[in-house]
Design a protein. Structure first.
Length: 263
C-alpha cells in the first residue's frame, strides 16, 4: 500500500505558505466592483442535470481568485482594421471609459480601476473569467509583477473576427486574478517516467482503472447501484477507490475572502 503518511508529510512541508496580503488601491472614484470568483456558469447550468458541476477541478478553477465586474453595459464593434480607431465602443445609458480601443488590431482594453500590490515574490495571474467562453472574443492572459509595479495593468480581449456587437453586460466579470509565487515555476524539475517505476502509484492507478471499468459496465444495467449513483465520487470525496483518504489539503470548495474597504 502507498505510504500516505510519508506523502502527507511531504505535502505539508512543500505547501506550508504563510498568509499574504493582496491590496487593491483605487486609482479613481469609479473603481468597478471586485468580488470572490463565483462557481456558476450559464453553460454549466444548461448541461443535463447540471452534470458539469460534478467536475470538481472545473468548479474549483472557477472560484480560484477574484473577479472584476463591468460597471456598465456596452457594445464593441471592430471593422477588421489595424488602427485603434477601427474598433468602436458604444455605451448604453451610463457614460464610462472602462473599455477603450488602445492597441489596435481588434484588441479591446479594459481599465481595471485598481493598482494591485502583492507581497514580495508574488505576481498576479490576470485572465478572463475562467471556463467562461465568450462569443466573438478571447480573453488575453498575463502574469504581472505586482510586488513592485507602480502602475495599474489593463485587461485585454481580442476579437476573434471582425464584426460585432461584442456585448458586455453591467455586472459581468471581465477580469479574473489570483496570486502566484513567481519563482515556483522555475524551480520545478519536470521528468517523464514509466508508471511501473513507482509501484505504489501504479497500484493506486490499477485500482482506479478496475473500479472505473466496473462502474461503467454497471451503468448499463437497469436498476444497478451505479445507475443510482450516476457518477463516481472518489475525487470529490478526496478518497481512493478502496476508501483510503487522500493526503494533503483536499478541497471541495474554496473560501476566498472578500476585499475589505480600508482607509
Amino acid at each position: 500500500m502507498i505510504r500516505e503518511s510519508r506523502i502527507a508529510d511531504h505535502l505539508q512541508d512543500t505547501f506550508s505558505y504563510t498568509p499574504m496580503r493582496l491590496t487593491a488601491f483605487k486609482t479613481g472614484p469609479e473603481a468597478p466592483p471586485i468580488r470572490p470568483a463565483v462557481a456558476g456558469r450559464e453553460w454549466m447550468d444548461r448541461t443535463g442535470d447540471r452534470f458539469a458541476y460534478r467536475c470538481l477541478p472545473l468548479t474549483i478553477a472557477n472560484t480560484h481568485g477574484w473577479e472584476i465586474l463591468c460597471p456598465v453595459s456596452f457594445e464593441a464593434y471592430w471593422n477588421g482594421g489595424k488602427r485603434p480607431k477601427d474598433l468602436k465602443v458604444v455605451y448604453g445609458g451610463k457614460t464610462s471609459s472602462i473599455a477603450v480601443s488602445h492597441f489596435g488590431h481588434g484588441v479591446l482594453t479594459f481599465h481595471t480601476g485598481y493598482l494591485f500590490r502583492t507581497d514580495p515574490g508574488y505576481s498576479l495571474y490576470v485572465t478572463g473569467p475562467v471556463n467562461s467562453p465568450k462569443d466573438g472574443a478571447n480573453a488575453l492572459s498575463g502574469i504581472v509583477e505586482t510586488d513592485w509595479l507602480p502602475q495599474p495593468f489593463t485587461m485585454n480581449w481580442l476579437f476573434s473576427a471582425a464584426g460585432g456587437p461584442l456585448l458586455f453586460e453591467e455586472g459581468e466579470p471581465f477580469c479574473h486574478i489570483f496570486p502566484v509565487p513567481r519563482e515556483l515555476i522555475e524551480q520545478v524539475e519536470p521528468e517523464v517516467r514509466d508508471l511501473s517505476s513507482e509501484p505504489e502509484l501504479k497500484e493506486r492507478y490499477d485500482q482506479w482503472t478496475a473500479s472505473r471499468a466496473a462502474f461503467n459496465s454497471e451503468l448499463l444495467v437497469s436498476g444497478s447501484e451505479a445507475q443510482s449513483q450516476k457518477w463516481q465520487k472518489h475525487y470529490s470525496r478526496g478518497e481512493h477507490p478502496d476508501g483510503a483518504r487522500a493526503p494533503g489539503g483536499h478541497r471541495t470548495k474554496l473560501r476566498v475572502r472578500e476585499f475589505v474597504e480600508k482607509k
